[in-house]
Design a protein around this ligand. Structure first.
Ligand code: ATP
Ligand code: MG
Ligand code: MG
Length: 598
């Protein structure tokens, strides 16, 4: 497809493959740290990518883009993609998030097992398993004169870092000897210094136009229990230091990240060069490439802000069907296929832009169009009484089977057996949509009004007679006469011309259902842009719950099964609540047509 062809990352990978950039690599790694990376073993994976989430929240649709990209490239080029938990930040990380991330990546259709030449490997990693190596790498930098322990206050450090166009000022601790630094760093490690009392900094260039090269901090003191290493460490590596090392130890070839890390690339390269010089890592090193993050209209993709929505009760949880989290999208009725299609369609670019939400919904409609079985549901029911029923069929209690295809002809692929027809019953009373009757029809109205003739879809043609109303003038019942001999699918079906066909559900076999009508969570297409408070943009009508009637085939749905409710859109049986205590619960996934432009 076009998006695939224009994916600049594919061009880079294809060039690397053609030139054999990674076929002769002889990585060192360090024994014990990463047992799976053996020096000198030619790597049978042609490329290695990684998806490196921090387990500090649930993944969202932006992460889905990154997952589809990294796992998709590995799949397409005979490589492997690692799932790596970037767990270098002990305070914020939890096992619950680790488990949720594993689930999300699997659900999206990807895995991290490889089987090269019969050698099966599982490529799930934790950055925290490399803490020993990272510590040694830090000591190496100190010994080589490339790092020093700085004991300025955080404020002094910030001020002395300078700003754009204004060079930084050297720390008074910058001239410490390697021996002094090593001793002090070990004191940091051994808990002799208070949290925040010192940091280890790379010694690069305090006048660099790239602020990230002005002696970035690489280790800090933080007494916090880590979910994996417990209380073993009171110093933790900074992300910018840890990440290149993680990539290198895992022999990542193409380290793909979002554009905001572009300015970090010189440090990434600097660090790996220094460690290669010291013999800790061998060339060729992984390379970092940046792509534009996903910005989706009407959506926020910040874990912190999503957590706020959950914690403040603005939504029912991480998996609320209005949330752009992967669990939210799943519960809303999104399919992995639709999300993969979306990622492919939006492609990968080097400049930030906004993707219209309708693009995501369009991919889902495309996926469900031929898969989701059809069914009738009445979301705003009023009773229709066929007053001449007994006259026409001999008894008020007479019921007759109607059948309709579960999928339209166009949805059945050649050679595919169509699913069994749906069967439902028509009788004297049926539920219709309140909006399908007008006592005084507006111009052009073709549905029920006194004297008009319409078809009950899949059933009979009827002629409207009028209605009954309550004291407030609200319609309580619509009246019509059934025209015998006009049943759909019988020879007389076309003997009477109907002006319209309306959807309905039988009173005799219809089942009451809770239907959750979801709309966009935010009314503003850019809810958190330009310093706006995203909570102000919450759509007060993002959830409306109605009691509907659904035909029997829908009432029998399995949790998570998707349907097209004729004329209303796509609906999914709620993963959590459907079937609980015999309840029938559907979520609206999306309408039949794009409504985002309106
Ligand atoms: P957040 O800011 O929401 O916490 P993050 O980038 O800090 O997100 P990580 O867990 O570090 O979250 O992200 C894992 C990977 O997902 C990173 O490689 C990151 O580049 C990618 N990613 C995160 N958000 C997006 C997005 N909106 N579009 C594309 N990729 C994203
Ligand atoms: Mg991050
Ligand atoms: Mg973040």
């Amino acid at each position: 497809t076009d998006a695939k062809a224009s994916n600049f990352l594919r061009q880079i990978i294809e060039k690397d493959l053609a030139q054999g950039t990674y076929t002769t690599r002889q990585w060192g790694g360090s024994p014990g740290d990463a047992a799976h990376h053996q020096a000198g073993t030619p790597d049978p994976a042609k490329i290695r990518t990684r998806f490196p989430p921090e387990p500090n929240g649930y993944l969202h649709v932006g992460h889905a883009k990154s997952i589809c990209l990294n796992f998709g490239l590995a799949r397409d080029y005979g490589g492997v993609c690692h799932l790596r938990f970037d767990d270098t930040n002990p305070e914020k990380e939890e096992q619950e998030y680790v488990d949720a991330i594993v689930d999300a990546v699997h659900w999206l259709g990807f895995g991290w097992a490889s089987d090269f030449g019969g050698k099966k490997e599982d490529h799930l990693y934790y950055a925290s398993n490399y803490f020993d190596f990272m510590y040694r790498a830090a000591e190496h930098l100190i010994e080589a004169g490339h790092a020093y322990v700085d004991e300025q206050t955080a404020e002094e450090m910030r001020v002395n870092r300078g700003d754009f166009g204004k060079p930084g000022v050297d720390s008074p601790f910058r001239t410490r000897t390697p021996a002094e630094n090593l001793a002090r760093f070990r004191e940091m490690r051994d808990g002799k210094l208070a949290d925040g009392a010192a940091v280890l900094r790379a010694k690069i260039d305090m006048a660099s136009p790239n602020i990230n090269l002005r002696d970035p901090a690489i280790y800090r003191i933080r007494r916090a229990t880590h979910h994996n290493t417990g209380d073993k460490w009171c110093i933790y590596p900074m992300y910018t230091f840890a990440h290149p090392i993680e990539d290198a130890l895992e022999q990542i070839t193409h380290s793909i990240c979002t554009l905001e890390f572009e300015d970090q690339r010189p440090f990434y390269d600097w660090l790996l060069e220094r460690l290669a010089e010291g013999g800790l890592l061998k060339a060729p090193p992984p390379r970092q490439y940046e792509f534009a993050r996903l910005n989706l209209t009407y959506v926020i993709t910040s874990k912190r802000k999503l957590a706020q929505l959950v914690n403040e009760g603005k939504v029912s949880g991480w998996d609320d069907p209005r949330m752009p989290t992967i669990v939210g999208l799943r519960r809303r009725g999104y399919t992995p296929e639709a999300i993969q299609l979306f990622a492919e369609r939006i492609g990968v670019t080097k400049s930030d832009s906004w993707i219209d939400y309708s693009t995501l919904e369009g991919c889902l409609r495309e996926d469900l169009e031929n898969k989701a079985h059809r069914g009738m549901a009445v979301l705003d029911p009023v009773k229709l009484v066929l007053t001449n029923w007994a006259e026409a069929f001999g008894s008020d209690d007479y019921l007759e089977d109607c059948t309709q295809p579960a999928l339209p002809h166009s949805a059945i692929a050649e050679g595919q057996t169509p699913p069994p027809d749906r069967v439902f019953k028509i009788g004297k009373e049926v539920w219709i949509e309140r909006e399908d009757f007008e006592e005084v029809p507006p111009k052009g109205y073709k549905r029920l009004f006194p004297g008009n003739v319409v078809r009950l879809k899949g059933g009979y043609v009827i002629e409207c007679a009028g209605c009954a109303k309550d004291a407030d003038g609200k319609v309580t019942e619509v009246h019509a006469k059934v025209i015998a001999g006009t049943k759909s699918g019988t020879p007389g079906a076309d003997s009477v011309k109907a002006k319209a066909a309306i959807t309905w559900v039988g009173v005799a076999d219809g089942v009451s259902a809770e239907v959750r009508l979801y709309d966009r969570l935010f009314s503003d297409p850019h809810p958190d842009a330009g310093g706006k408070n995203f909570l102000d943009a919450l759509n007060p009508d993002s959830l409306k719950v109605v009691t509907a009637y659904v035909e029997p085939s829908l009432a029998q749905a399995q949790a998570d099964q998707k349907f097209q409710f004729e004329r209303h859109g796509y609906f999914v049986a709620d993963r959590t609540d459907h079937g609980m205590g015999g309840k029938v619960v559907f979520n609206r996934v999306t309408g039949l047509k794009d409504s985002w432009g309106k």
